[in-house]
Design a protein around this ligand. Sequence first.
Ligand SMILES: CC(C)(COP(=O)(O)OP(=O)(O)OC[C@H]1O[C@@H](n2cnc3c(N)ncnc32)[C@H](O)[C@@H]1OP(=O)(O)O)[C@@H](O)C(=O)NCCC(=O)NCCS
Length: 170
Amino acid sequence: MMLWKKKENLSLSIRKAYPSDARGIINCMQSVMDEKIYLVSEYYLLTERGEQERLKNPDELTLVCNDSDLVVGVLTLQRGMYKKNRHVANLGIAIRRSYRHMNVGTGMIEQAMEWAKNNGIKKVNLEVFSTNANAIKTYRKLGFEYEGLRKSQFFINGQYVDDVLMTRML
Ligand SMILES: CC(C)(COP(=O)(O)OP(=O)(O)OC[C@H]1O[C@@H](n2cnc3c(N)ncnc32)[C@H](O)[C@@H]1OP(=O)(O)O)[C@@H](O)C(=O)NCCC(=O)NCCS
């Protein structure tokens, strides 16, 4: 667990999620999905029960950042399920709007990279909308490099948006 105090004297912690975090994770994800401009899905597809089951999967890391009882950030790292791609994991992250730019994302990604290294993962991939400058800046700062671009992969607010593929080798 990592604890640190940032502006407004908040005390935030980052840790692996338990099945009992399911509801908090869903609420946090849905709050970011409601903004509609950062994530592909606009509705969290798992029920609380389904989320509890997902959290038991040993091939998937889920980290939560908490401000007391409130889940303010969720990170998932999902490794390939086949022998041929078990060395690769896909990263996803979402932080509640009012908790951004406070190093939560940086702390969560660094903790996830430690888990990845300790679990034999060699390559971490992610996808980000080309319009999401803050996220791209965060990933670049943390050592992710551009790997490719899928042009006009999304249609958001009347505009075609590219899918930026980024990766970090471990
Ligand atoms: C993208 C996201 C995960 C980044 O996490 P965060 O906690 O806000 O970012 P951090 O505070 O760790 O900032 C990391 C770096 O990003 C850059 N950055 C972040 N916010 C910024 C802002 N508003 N303006 C300029 N640069 C910014 C800075 O370079 C910062 O590094 P620094 O603190 O050394 O200057 C978070 O903002 C988020 O969840 N956004 C909405 C959902 C989303 O976009 N998810 C990713 C989809 S691919």
